[in-house]
Design a protein around this ligand. Structure first.
Ligand code: NAP
Length: 280
């Protein structure tokens, strides 16, 4: 199996380009054991970046992650997020402390503002910097920020400490390629592609199926390999089934060639003009 390429963030952290999402985990006690098993299997396969949020399952996803990483904290790169309405100077610190408790860890490696709310960026940045000073987080970043928001953020004191922008990015959501992705690349801010298989909706696409067939691969693998075709992108599929985790990990064995990429461009046209950032 091909090794997972790593990405070096602006602060020097090295993270795998293929990680694991956790949205919808921690919502049902009956499913928790499978979710823990799937995440652990992903860690075993090198998908050691785990993305979660205080929002997911109302804290339940963080508890599932906590179970999955118990006894192996040092193997993983933990990403969690503060909800916008908690993202005040003090609220961010409180929210982080609650996340740490649920995760059962002393530090979150990368803490993101989930999306822009009413609290000024400056207050959230100040809180993030405090949390770094206290050792409760290693670094901070943002999520769902469009190009103009990023410009505003980066103009603020310490705004340039943002390490990543987690956004919706997959074959059917290519708007960021027009301006946001180039701007983040220029500023050395990693893109974390969320919903890389469009929550499963891409899997029935005929073009994906045709490309997959040519390579003896699956549509999910084509969708994931496509998100990873350029450097600077971290893809975080969510899978709560071990077989899905295995399949997703193997996307790195698939090398999309120029003909595949051209065919995919035909079916999912790249943006010709600016499109507002989409969110799920
Ligand atoms: N920052 C944000 O605002 C934001 C928004 C959305 C998502 N996210 C993050 O990004 C992660 C990924 O996005 P997502 O969960 O929305 O969608 P996704 O990863 O595109 O799709 C997840 C869905 O696809 C299924 N799946 C996964 N691998 C599969 C495979 N190989 N074959 C068939 N089905 C497969 C999963 O099923 P099973 O679970 O049954 O395996 C699940 O139903 C989230 O979990 C979350 O961590 C962040």
């Amino acid at each position: 199996m091909k090794a997972i390429p790593s990405i070096t963030l602006k602060n020097g952290d090295r993270v795998p380009a293929l990680g694991q999402g956790t949205w919808n985990m921690g919502e049902s006690a009956a499913r928790a054991a499978d979710e823990v098993r799937a995440l652990q299997h992903g860690i075993d396969l090198g998908m050691t970046l785990i993305d979660t949020a205080e929002m997911y399952g109302d804290g339940g996803a963080e508890k599932v992650v906590g179970k999955a990483i118990a006894g192996r904290r040092d193997e993983v790169y933990l990403v969690s997020k503060v909800l916008p309405f908690n993202a005040s100077r003090q609220g961010t610190v409180k929210a982080c402390e609650a996340s740490l408790k649920r995760l059962g860890v002393e530090r979150i490696d990368l803490y993101l503002l989930h999306w822009r709310g009413t609290h000024p960026f400056a207050a959230t940045i100040a809180a993030m910097e405090t949390l770094i000073g206290q050792g409760k987080i290693g670094a901070w970043g943002v999520s769902n920020l469009d190009n103009d928001d990023m410009h505003e953020l980066l103009a603020l004191e310490h705004g340039g400490h943002a390490q990543a922008n987690q956004v919706l990015y997959n074959l059917s959501r290519r708007g960021i390629e027009f301006d946001l992705q180039p701007y983040c690349a220029e500023q050395d801010i990693a893109i974390m592609a969320y919903s890389p298989i469009e929550q499963g909706r891409l899997l029935k696409d005929a073009t994906l199926a045709a490309v997959a067939r040519r390579h003896g691969a699956t549509p999910a693998q084509v969708a994931l390999a496509w998100t990873l075709r350029r450097p600077g992108v971290i893809s975080i599929p969510k899978a709560s089934v071990v077989a899905h985790v295995q399949e997703n990990r193997a996307c790195l064995d698939l090398a999309l060639d120029a003909a595949d990429l051209a065919e995919l461009d035909q079916a999912f046209a790249p943006p010709k003009k600016r499109r507002p950032l989409e969110m799920l």
